[in-house]
Design a protein around this ligand. Structure first.
Ligand code: UDP
Ligand code: MG
Length: 174
């Protein structure tokens, strides 16, 4: 069977260390080489609640608290308690971005990848690897829906429904 590219959506987060190291422009430039389109973006202060949802697969790990300190930016102080969250769309977006990002462990990542070039392991053993990117269609959908409301995204990428709450109509995920 011929390898056919398929449109994918991926959630990308520039973690607090990317902001601390002033890497935003650099990383966006590297990502732009994949010829994808940004369809949503915002700066978020990471709550414990969303961190536990986003990293649900690591919530029971003994290092989760240290991971939260890093992911929320608390490690770096109030000026850096934020992340840049984006949704990218395009052919094989998930695969392409994972490749540009590199392996999870920055010490094992190819040095020309984002994580290989800019990541480190901190004193508590947490892999500060600068960028998050979804690893499958399923996790992308899950992550996009936890970080964004339908109206935050300029395209209709997943089904929505309209709910009536008292006099207000808001759009939520169907
Ligand atoms: N992480 C860590 N130590 C570990 C596993 C994970 O510090 O042993 C951190 C690291 O920052 C990683 C994030 O938790 O990026 C999420 O882990 P996951 O296994 O989902 O890797 P990713 O999808 O980010 O490559
Ligand atoms: Mg992951």
């Amino acid at each position: 069977m011929q390898n056919k590219e398929k449109t994918q959506y991926t959630l990308i987060i520039l973690k607090p260390d990317a902001l601390v190291k002033s890497l935003t422009g650099n990383i966006l430039t590297r990502l732009s080489e994949a010829r994808l389109r940004i369809i949503a973006a915002k700066i978020v202060k990471v709550s414990r609640e969303i961190a536990e949802k986003h990293y649900a697969h690591l919530k029971e790990k003994p290092f989760f608290n240290d991971l939260y300190e890093y992911f929320s930016g608390k490690t770096y102080g109030p000026d850096y308690e934020r992340v840049l969250v984006m949704v990218y769309e395009g052919d094989d977006a998930i695969t392409k971005v994972r490749k540009i990002a590199g392996a999870t462990n920055p010490l094992e990542a190819d040095p020309i990848t984002i994580r290989g070039a800019y990541g480190r392991i901190n004193k508590k053993g947490i892999m500060e690897n600068v960028i998050h990117c979804s690893d499958s269609d399923e996790s992308a959908e899950n992550e996009v829906k936890m970080w964004f409301k339908p109206d935050d995204i300029i395209e209709n990428i997943y089904p929505t429904k309209v709910e009536t709450i008292r006099d207000y109509k808001i759009r939520t995920w169907a």
